[in-house]
Design a protein around this ligand. Structure first.
Ligand code: UD1
Length: 363
């Protein structure tokens, strides 16, 4: 395959959820040549393959299989692996998603090769430069020719950085497309039964950010909050491999009472459990958005968020990663359903596909 129109690049779990609807929407346009490149940043079946299965994403044409490493090693390995693909497949446009190392690595290589870059989920800013994702976001947006923003605040961030308005398009949140398409396929009752929980009567947890799990003091604060909450109600914690490794390394006490640590879940299982939780505790960007779309209360264990709309319009609230503040925020989470932000309507991928196929992404 050569002279590809759109090369879609994904590497980590949150990328797959965004790639799935866009691949489908592009395929529905007038037969563009599409190809998927998996960088291999995530490689466990539970972090990668199971998402391709649940979301019906075709097998990637190329898997660079870079695996783990320091930020420098991982980003460099992706760049070295990705560069020859531009010669081999001559894509008209490289499409990158989100803010992970694969996003910046491939955007940088494509931009230097003079290939147009489209960035899906442009313009989000936490203004926290200690966060690797913030660096990835700012740089990817600077490199991209076409910037697809999920919300108006994201557009405004881009304008205030001097990015011209013609390059930016407000399209809504593409994760909501996946959520709307997949939710009806889930056997929610069966899922609750399998996990031995009742609708609206448990806490669902995801925590994996370096700022929360890499320091023993911080992880211990969070862990204690989960142990204590588990005395009152079930707490389900499907833990990222990085978090599991830190829990072992820091020798944290075994979960007790209603507190249960699980392996990372497939997309369908996690979405079904999220839709029925009383409250979700997270530090993930995507989960803040998905809970807003579902109208499920969310507590984000961070001091800032690049997704402020989930707080101003949605169901999210921030809480510092300290035992007391987390316990209190979880206990106080109410049934506030929030408001669904503008264009989070399940049709974001279509809007992007139409725009891309108009050819506005030429460099
Ligand atoms: C990455 C993203 C983060 C995103 C997260 C979602 C960056 C900078 N960070 O963080 O924004 O929220 O993905 O999950 O790109 N590991 C495995 N198996 C896997 C994947 C990872 O064991 O399939 C372990 C490895 O030990 C690895 C560690 O997890 O070193 C961290 O993985 P990495 O891809 O470097 O970053 P994440 O923390 O997953």
């Amino acid at each position: 395959m050569t002279n590809v129109d759109f090369m879609l690049v994904a590497g980590a779990r949150p990328n797959f959820v965004k790639l799935a609807p866009l691949h489908q929407a592009l395929a529905a346009q007038q037969r563009p040549q599409l190809m998927i490149v998996h960088t291999g940043q995530h490689y466990d079946h539970s972090m990668s393959g199971s998402f391709f299965e649940d979301l019906g994403i075709p097998e990637p044409e190329v898997n660079l299989e870079v695996g783990p490493g320091s930020h420098g090693q991982q980003t460099a390995a992706i760049m070295v692996g990705f560069e020859p693909l531009l010669d081999r497949y001559a894509p008209r446009c490289v499409i990158v998603f989100g803010d992970v190392n694969s996003t910046i690595a491939c955007a940088l290589v494509a931009a230097k090769a003079g290939v147009a870059v489209a960035h899906v989920e442009a313009g989000l800013r936490s203004r926290d430069w200690t966060m690797p994702e913030e660096i990835n976001r700012v740089l990817t947006d600077r490199l991209a020719n076409r910037l697809y923003a999920p919300s108006r605040d994201a557009c405004n961030n881009l304008y205030s950085e001097g990015i011209s308005e013609e390059r930016v398009k407000l399209v809504g949140n593409i994760m909501v497309d996946t959520l709307c398409a997949q939710l009806p396929k889930i056997d929610q009752k069966g899922l609750l039964r399998d996990h031995n929980v009742e609708a609206g009567r448990y806490v669902l947890v995801t925590l994996h950010r370096p700022s929360n799990v890499d320091q023993p003091e911080t992880l211990r604060e969070l862990w204690t909050a989960l142990q204590q909450t588990g005395r009152r109600e079930p707490v389900l914690f499907p833990a990222h491999p990085r978090t599991q490794a830190r829990v072992r390394e820091f020798d944290l006490p075994l979960p007790t009472g209603g507190f249960r640590v699980l392996q990372p879940l497939q997309y369908h299982s996690f979405l079904g459990l999220m839709a029925n939780a009383r409250v979700v505790l997270t530090d993930s960007g995507g989960v803040q958005e998905e809970t807003t779309a579902l109208g499920v209360p969310c507590v984000t264990a961070r001091l800032n968020t690049e997704r402020p709309i989930t707080v101003t319009e949605g169901t999210n609230r921030l809480a510092p990663p300290e035992t007391e503040s987390i316990i209190e925020a979880l206990a106080q989470a109410d049934g506030r359903r929030g408001r669904i932000p503008e264009l989070w309507d399940g049709h974001t991928a279509e809007r992007i596909a139409i725009d891309l196929c108009r050819g506005t992404s030429d460099p």
